[in-house]
Design a protein around this ligand. Structure first.
Ligand SMILES: C[S@@+](CC[C@H](N)C(=O)[O-])C[C@H]1O[C@@H](n2cnc3c(N)ncnc32)[C@H](O)[C@@H]1O
Length: 396
């Protein structure tokens, strides 16, 4: 093993242990001894100078060390290959294929003990995202392992945001943005623009929720409104149950694909609307009444200081749409920002018109594991509320 970088912590770094999660930030480090080459490991020492944890080092990033494990012993030389094998074996055990699903996450960064690495399966294709300098430095090893086991195409990218914070090169924007990736989800066929033309892929994290919400909506029976519908995930699942659906997105490209996905699945009748969900929702098809309304906006709170503004923006949508939701109907509020938590979503409803009961608290699916203590890894919150007139708590 190459000589590790020795990381000495500040005395005022706060409690650092398995419960504090897998990241050590630059402001927690007193001294770094050795060259912080992304290929070598970081050895974190305790106050007596004894090794207490091992990780990967990013010289430029404010998240300087991403831990691979606690204890005095370094991880084995083949930690990368072992963890890749474990992550793949875990997904086989989930039985996605038997559920008619060929789109899912095979590797979820810290959640699979592989900080900085995301691997998504889209049918026959894999999309590999290298999100940190140490993982970009291990690209060849990752690709060698994957190529020995995967016979379809493998696309690799370094997202722009990661490139900026890690001081590495981003993958250039795709010059063939019409390239599509195809996969199935619960026996429905979808096509999405391939990254990096479309950075975010197919929001596999919402897979289980799309089915849960479709079932709820079906039992209520009223039409479903899908705000931020992307390529039609919630909309198609709901339409398949037989209920009416109206779906809205700001992007014409994804709406065209969504309509194509609708007909590829032998479905029809969904109203696709190009509009901004944060503007007045005046299109006649949005008048309702609806049995279920899904609000799945983009990430609107990247920092803690954005939370109040994000609550205000979602609150305005809720206040405009609540009267268009039938009594006993379902309102699904989604946040894909770690900072905008369940309690912040609840707060929006305390201040909203009518009474509300939170009936479900959903998150990302089983292919998005979270490392214990890694609060930032738990970013998706999907709160499902039922309109309960007459149970309003606030006096306003
Ligand atoms: C988190 S994704 C939604 C994922 C989708 N619900 C699914 O299950 O696949 C957010 C979506 O909101 C759309 N969007 C972003 N800003 C918007 C806006 N101001 N108004 C309407 N749609 C917007 C994006 O194009 C994207 O499709």
């Amino acid at each position: 093993m190459a000589t590790p970088v020795r990381i000495e912590l500040r005395r005022d770094a706060g409690r650092i242990g398995p419960e504090s999660g897998p990241w050590i930030r630059r402001n927690q480090i007193a001294r770094m001894l050795g060259i912080p080459d992304p290929h070598v490991l970081a050895m974190v020492v305790d106050r007596k100078g004894e090794p207490m944890a091992w990780g990967l080092v990013s010289a430029v990033s404010t998240i300087t060390v991403r831990l691979l494990g606690w204890g005095a012993e370094p991880p084995p030389d083949d930690w990368l290959e072992r963890r890749l094998a474990q992550a793949f074996a875990a997904r086989s055990a989930f039985g996605f294929e038997q559920l008619g699903t060929t789109g899912y996450r095979l590797v979820n960064s810290e959640g699979d003990g592989l900080p900085g690495l995301v691997v998504d399966r889209y049918g026959d294709d894999l999309v590999v995202q290298l999100g940190t300098a140490p993982m970009a430095a291990r690209e060849q090893a990752v690709l060698d392992w994957l190529r020995a086991r995967w016979h379809g195409a493998i696309h690799t990218l370094v997202p722009e945001g990661a490139a900026r914070s890690e001081g590495i090169e981003a993958t250039p924007r795709d010059d063939e943005p019409s390239r599509l990736l195809a996969f199935t989800e619960h026996h429905l066929r979808f096509e999405v623009p391939a990254p990096p033309a479309q950075k975010t892929g197919a929001y596999f994290d919402q897979r289980a929720n799309r089915r849960t919400i479709a079932q709820l909506a079906k039992h209520h029976g009223g039409p479903l409104l899908d705000l931020g519908c992307h390529v039609g995930g919630f909309a198609l699942h709901a339409r398949k149950t037989g209920i009416d659906v109206v779906a809205l997105d700001r992007s014409r490209t994804v709406l065209e694909l969504a309509a194509k996905n609708e007909s590829a699945n032998g479905l029809s009748g969904i109203d696709w609307i190009e509009a901004d969900m944060f503007e007045r929702l005046a299109a006649p098809q949005l008048a309702g009444p609806f049995g279920t309304i899904v609000v799945d906006p983009p990430r609107i709170a990247s920092r803690k200081s954005d939370v109040e503004r994000a609550q205000g923006a979602m609150g305005r949508i809720v206040n405009e749409l609540a009267p268009r939701l039938l009594p006993d109907g379902f309102l699904v509020l989604c946040s894909c920002s770690h900072h905008l938590g369940r309690e912040h979503l609840d707060r929006i409803l305390v201040d909203a018109r009518f009474g509300w009961a939170r009936i479900l608290a959903l998150g990302a699916g089983i292919d998005h594991p979270v490392a214990p203590g890694h609060r930032e890894g738990e970013y998706l919150r999907v709160n499902v509320y039922q309109r309960r007139d007459g149970t309003r708590l606030a006096n306003a």
